[in-house]
Write a protein that binds this ligand. Structure first.
Ligand SMILES: [Zn+2]
Length: 383
């Protein structure tokens, strides 16, 4: 009985989610929505994955709600007749959920441009959904990002599927021994979301951008111009920023976001300089790839100081013959001046609000672990 009730309400939810879309959507788009909805229904329903807010006139942020497997924010720039959306999230169904929510809450305008801020899985694995939802839309990235997507992404997807399968097994075991209702709910969710990701991504190839830039790309529109630019290597070899000078907003992907940076594919000694080049642009608000919208340039400068201090400390340690492990245990957060005060507080808030952490983890532990990983990655990337 309970089963049939939940199925009915799920169908009702889907109808509500997608209902407004049917009238304006093209046939192909409808078919794709239906297929995704049917899949979502089979695995538990199309979830509401974003909080969408207006950042400036015609510019919106879609902040990714926390899920077991990280999802990315989107930045949405309205043009006179269409939309440009920065990043395509971790999976096609996230794109479908976003587009449906945009139609419900923001505008019926179709998607014309998608920008992959960089090649990481949680920013580009949904490209295929845009190819189906908006077959004439262009997917834009730097030449370096396209190359990294074509060379690295399939291998990384396979690794992520293997890791997720292992995490799923671990979560299933922990679910059995969960002591409280809260802990049980936590692992039930981990099992559900990991299973859904595996089911969806096992059958999903990665679509590449069809338009690339090496330096600049400007979209001229009556509403406002959008400037895409590569300003130097930072989080990856190909980070692009999207700047709207008239509305004073910039979208920065993972070069500048609310979490501690990920350095695994980074250029630690160049990253601070690239951030300072972004700071030269005229803007008040930043829509990053994860976490809160930033309302000034404070986080940019704090992040630049952190990456600079960490990279220099690791480079100095390396020259003195210290191993990554040795440096990892030495460079704890309290040893880094750039991590005290406002930045530490800001990071803690973002991490606990936007990222699902290990059950029972505290912000300070999460940051300590992330810094240790940053040290290991910086050490490897400086070699
Ligand atoms: Zn990234």
């Amino acid at each position: 009985m309970a089963h049939s009730v939940s199925r009915r309400s799920r169908r009702g939810f889907l109808k509500e989610t997608l209902g407004t879309v049917w009238t304006s959507a093209a046939l192909m788009e409808q078919a794709f929505f239906r297929a995704t909805a049917a899949n979502a229904q089979a695995t538990g329903g199309l979830p509401s994955l974003f909080d969408i807010s207006k950042v400036a006139e015609g510019v919106y942020s879609a902040l990714a709600k926390p899920v077991t497997l990280l999802n990315s924010n989107a930045a949405i720039f309205e043009l006179s007749n269409e939309l440009l959306i920065v990043d395509s999230h971790s999976k096609p169904s996230a794109v479908v959920a976003l587009v449906a929510q945009l139609k419900r809450e923001v505008t019926p305008k179709p998607v014309r441009y998608i920008v992959n801020s960089h090649f990481h899985w949680d920013h580009a694995q949904g490209n295929g959904a845009y190819r189906k939802l908006a077959p004439r839309a262009d997917i834009i990235a730097t030449e370096a990002t396209r190359k990294l997507l074509s060379e690295e992404a399939p291998k990384r997807l396979k690794e992520s599927l293997d890791q997720t399968a292992q995490a799923l097994e671990a979560a299933r075991k922990k679910l059995v021994s969960a002591a409280t209702a809260e802990e049980k709910a936590y692992y039930q969710r981990a099992v559900r979301e990991s299973s859904e990701y595996l089911a969806e991504m096992r059958a999903t190839p990665i679509d590449l951008p069809n338009v690339t830039l090496t330096q600049d790309f400007i979209i001229h529109d009556r509403m406002h111009d959008l400037h895409l630019s590569f300003r130097g290597r930072a989080h990856t070899a190909g980070d692009v920023v999207v700047h709207c000078p008239r509305k004073r907003v910039v979208a920065t992907g993972d070069m500048l976001h609310g979490f501690l940076p990920y350095l695994g594919d980074s250029f630690p000694l160049e990253w601070p300089r690239t951030l300072l080049s972004v700071a030269q642009l005229d803007f008040d608000r930043v829509i990053g790839g994860h976490g809160l919208v930033q309302n000034n340039k404070d986080v940019l400068y704090m992040k630049a100081r952190y990456v600079e201090e960490l990279a220099e400390a690791v480079a100095t340690g390396r020259r003195a013959g210290k191993s990554a492990a040795q440096l990892g245990s030495e460079l704890t957060p309290d040893k880094l001046k750039s991590l005290t005060g406002a930045y530490m507080e800001y990071l803690g808030g973002n991490l606990m609000k936007f990222q699902v952490q290990e059950y029972g983890a505290k912000a300070a532990d999460v940051i300590r672990g992330a810094v240790q990983l940053n040290v290991a990655h910086a050490w490897a990337r400086l070699s």
